[in-house]
Design a protein around this ligand. Structure first.
Ligand code: CA2
Length: 155
């Protein structure tokens, strides 16, 4: 049996997000993925959570991590799927296959960009979507998950 991690939030990042801060600063800002990780850790600790922060360029590995978060009964997932947002039925199905909330998070406003970025396979399965707040969106997503969890435990 997978070990329960009720106070853990998985923060999963998809393809090319390891390059954050190296190019296209007008779209993604100047912070690195390490900076995003530090922000997530700080925000989660303030809410009494711990963060499992990961990035991969490989779709199948991300599907494995979504299933892992579900099996370990994590508090939720903050997911920036990168380019997989616009292509991945597999990530959509993985999120549908677990019983914990997933918050889709984008640094840029995908609705104000190229038309093919306006569509997300992930949004159909996500509990909520945040985009356009820069890396601060990750902190907003963690605070949102904390609020959702608090509401649930009061019921
Ligand atoms: O705005 C976001 O967070 C995105 O998920 C980022 C993805 C993009 O494909 C989505 O449409 C929106 C791209 C991640 C790649 O990021 C880079 C950052 C700097 C340099 C190169 C790639």
């Amino acid at each position: 049996m997978a070990k329960s991690t009720a106070r853990t939030i998985y923060v999963l990042n998809g393809p090319n997000l390891n390059l954050l801060g190296t190019r296209e600063p007008h779209i993604y800002g100047r912070s690195s993925l390490k900076d995003v990780e530090k922000l997530c850790q700080k925000t989660a600790v303030a809410q009494g959570f711990v963060v499992e922060f990961r990035q991969s360029n490989h779709e199948g590995l991300i599907v494995d991590w979504i299933q892992e978060a579900g099996a370990r009964k994590a508090a939720g997932i903050v997911f920036n799927p990168g380019g997989l947002t616009h292509t991945s039925v597999a990530c959509h199905d993985a999120i549908k296959g677990i019983n914990i909330p997933t918050i889709e998070c984008h640094i840029s406003n995908i609705h104000a960009r190229e038309p093919w970025r306006n569509h997300s396979y992930i949004s159909f399965a996500a509990k909520a979507v945040i985009c356009g707040f820069g890396i601060q969106g990750y902190a907003l997503a963690i605070d949102g998950l904390a609020a959702l969890t608090a509401k649930k435990s009061k019921r």
